[in-house]
Design a protein around this ligand. Structure first.
Ligand SMILES: NC(=O)c1ccc[n+]([C@@H]2O[C@H](COP(=O)([O-])OP(=O)(O)OC[C@H]3O[C@@H](n4cnc5c(N)ncnc54)[C@H](OP(=O)(O)O)[C@@H]3O)[C@@H](O)[C@H]2O)c1
Length: 273
């Protein structure tokens, strides 16, 4: 789908915690039209954007191009009545894990916004530096213009993809939504193991971080398959082969990653209700 060019249209960002502020950083870097950030913790924000602590501070005729819902899924029931009056005029883009389009639309209808358009997206925190991965789902009722609007907003913070089946969003959440945490854990564990081998902590931290970020950048820039890049590091009879024999045992990383993604997918499904 071709993304419209030009500035990112005015948003109402509801919830500006870890994910909301990561997206906001990316939007600010890409030229965000004057927008409103609704979050009870932020005291100030970058001009010309307006920070409000509560939805009641916004006038009834306030009409953003898009409402981005970035509170915890557990806060959905509390926040929806706050935004329903704006959702009568603007589509809602939810980044909440688990919460379904149908469930959110029903809650909005109960709160006075029948027929509100809800589109789902699952971004990740590298959005803060324009390196995010966001997967989106739009119900059949969403118009092409509404899809394009969400695509424009999300492509400002990285790569985007769409799924046809909403159920797939749970596995997406487990892989790319939560995924940065798995990569950061890898850096943590490599650092700890380096210290255990007698390296000074500062050097251990530096080489672990740089190895993870450098490998990620190489994978991105080369476009070569991860498995082939792995093979290029693995000299026959060398050190990597010894390490991979441990990690690639079926009961080691393959089983652990499969179980982890399964557990996260299940949790995303549970968060729907
Ligand atoms: N973190 C990630 O990597 C990530 C990735 C993809 C998607 N997500 C999704 O993004 C959403 C936010 O996650 P997060 O990690 O950013 O959570 P977070 O850091 O807790 O941010 C949510 C923010 O929204 C505020 N908030 C809650 N209710 C509000 C209300 N009624 N009015 C105004 N502000 C309100 C919260 O304040 P209080 O703390 O006072 O409630 C908090 O500042 C979740 O649904 C999550 O599934 C997160």
């Amino acid at each position: 789908m071709t993304q419209p060019a030009g500035p990112i249209p005015p948003l109402l960002l509801v919830g500006c915690g870890q994910m909301g502020s990561a997206m906001l950083a990316g939007w600010l870097a890409d030229g965000l039209a004057p927008s409103v950030i609704l979050d009870r913790h932020r005291a100030d924000g970058p001009a010309p954007h307006r920070i409000v602590r509560q939805a009641a501070d916004l006038p009834d005729d306030f009409t953003p191009a898009l409402i981005v819902l970035a509170t915890k899924p557990q806060k959905a029931a509390a926040v929806i009545p706050d935004i329903a009056r704006f959702a009568r005029r603007a589509p809602v883009l939810s980044v909440m894990a688990g919460k379904t389009v149908g469930g959110l639309a029903a809650s909005l209808a109960d709160a006075g916004a029948p027929g509100a358009v809800v589109i789902r997206a699952m971004p990740n925190t590298p959005a803060a530096i324009g390196q995010g991965m966001t997967v989106c789902y739009a119900p059949p009722a969403a118009t092409e213009a509404e899809r394009a609007l969400c695509g424009r907003v999300l492509s400002a913070v990285g790569d985007t993809a769409w799924v046809e089946h909403e159920e797939q969003m749970d596995a997406v959440t487990a892989v790319s939504g939560s995924g940065p945490a798995y990569v950061f854990l890898l850096a943590e564990l490599m650092e700890q193991a380096a210290v255990a081998q007698g390296l000074p902590p500062d050097l251990a931290r530096r080489i672990a971080r740089r190895t993870v970020s450098g490998a990620g950048a190489l994978m991105e820039q080369s476009g070569v398959d991860a498995a082939e890049l792995r093979r290029r590091v693995t000299s026959p009879g060398g050190t990597t082969q010894q390490a991979l024999a441990v990690l690639m045992e079926p009961e080691a990383w393959p089983a652990a990653m499969d179980a982890a993604i399964r557990a996260a997918t299940l949790r995303a499904h549970e968060l729907a209700s």
